[in-house]
Design a binder for this molecule. Structure first.
Ligand code: PGA
Length: 252
C-alpha cells in the first residue's frame, strides 16, 4: 500500500507576510492528517521561513528546482547542498514551466533528478504532454520518452528514491483537470513501464497527479488506483483548499 503525498507548488508567489499565515495553517492542518504526507515547495528565498515555521510539524518543505551541478560558476542556480542546508526533503525537477521557459531537456531533468538523489533529496520528477501532443495521440509516447531519460540516467533502482508526477501541460493552471480516466490511463502506463524494469520499484513508486487539482475534484482523483497524491499549484496557496485536498487524500 503506497502512502499518499500532497505537495504544494507555490511557484513564484508569496511574500514573507503572506507566507507566515499560510505556513502556520498548513502546519496545524497537517497535524490532524496523520495518514497523508504533506509538503510545500516554496520559492528559494522563503526556504528559511518554511524551515523556521514547519520544523517539528508534519509538513515537509522543498524547492521547485535544483542545479545538476555541485557548485561553481552557475549564476542564479541553487545546488543540492544548499537545499540540504535548508533541510529540504524534496525538490521538484522538470516542471513543464521550466522545461518550456528554460529549455530544460529530458537529459538535463534526469541529471537534476540524479544529483538530488545522490544528495539525499527526493526529486519530484514531472512529466506530461502538451495539448497538441495529446490531440495528436502522442501522450504515452511523450511521457514514456521523459521517463526513459530518467531511467537511463538513474537506473531503475535509484528511481525508487524519487517521486514521479504526471502533469498534463494543458491542465496546469487552466482549471481544466484531466478526467479520472485520462489520469488513470497515464499513471497505469507509467507504472507498467517501471514495473517492466523492476516490479518492486514499479509497485512502490509514488506517482502524483498535477494539473488543476482542487477540493471539488480531489476525492475522485485521489481514489484512482494508480494515483498516489497530488502536486497542487493554485489551490496550495489557499490554506483551506490545500487542507481539503489533504483530507480527500486521507479518505480516498
Ligand atoms: P495547478 O498547478 O494546480 O495550478 O494547475 C499544478 C502545477 O503546476 O504543479
Amino acid at each position: 500500500m503506497r502512502n499518499k503525498l500532497i505537495a504544494g507548488n507555490w511557484k513564484m508567489q508569496g511574500s514573507l507576510a503572506e507566507n507566515s499565515a499560510l505556513l502556520q495553517s498548513v502546519s496545524a492542518g497537517a497535524a490532524i492528517l496523520p495518514t497523508v504526507s504533506m509538503a510545500v515547495m516554496v520559492p528559494f528565498p522563503y526556504l528559511a521561513q518554511a524551515q523556521s515555521i514547519l520544523t517539528g510539524s508534519r509538513c515537509a518543505w522543498g524547492a521547485q528546482d535544483v542545479s545538476e551541478e555541485p557548485s561553481g560558476a552557475f549564476t542564479g542556480e541553487v545546488s543540492v547542498a544548499m537545499l540540504l542546508d535548508m533541510v529540504c526533503l524534496y525538490t521538484i525537477v522538470g516542471h513543464s514551466e521550466r522545461r518550456a521557459r528554460h529549455a530544460e531537456t529530458d537529459a538535463r531533468v534526469a541529471a537534476k533528478a540524479r544529483a538530488a538523489i545522490e544528495g539525499s533529496i527526493i526529486p519530484i520528477i514531472c512529466v506530461g504532454e502538451t495539448l497538441a501532443e495529446r490531440e495528436a495521440g502522442h501522450t504515452l509516447a511523450v511521457v514514456h520518452r521523459q521517463l526513459d531519460a530518467v531511467l537511463a540516467c538513474l537506473g531503475v533502482h535509484r528511481l525508487a528514491q524519487a517521486v514521479l508526477a504526471y502533469e498534463p501541460v494543458w491542465a496546469i493552471g487552466t482549471g481544466r483537470s484531466a478526467t479520472p480516466e485520462q489520469a488513470q490511463e497515464v499513471h497505469a502506463a507509467l507504472r507498467l513501464r517501471i514495473s517492466n524494469a523492476d516490479w518492486v520499484v514499479g509497485a512502490g513508486l509514488q506517482i502524483l497527479y498535477g494539473g488543476s487539482v482542487k477540493p471539488s475534484n480531489a476525492l475522485e482523483l485521489m481514489g484512482l488506483p494508480d494515483v498516489d497524491g497530488a502536486l497542487v499549484g493554485g489551490a496550495s496557496l489557499v490554506a483551506d483548499d490545500f487542507m481539503a485536498i489533504g483530507r480527500a487524500a486521507a479518505t480516498a
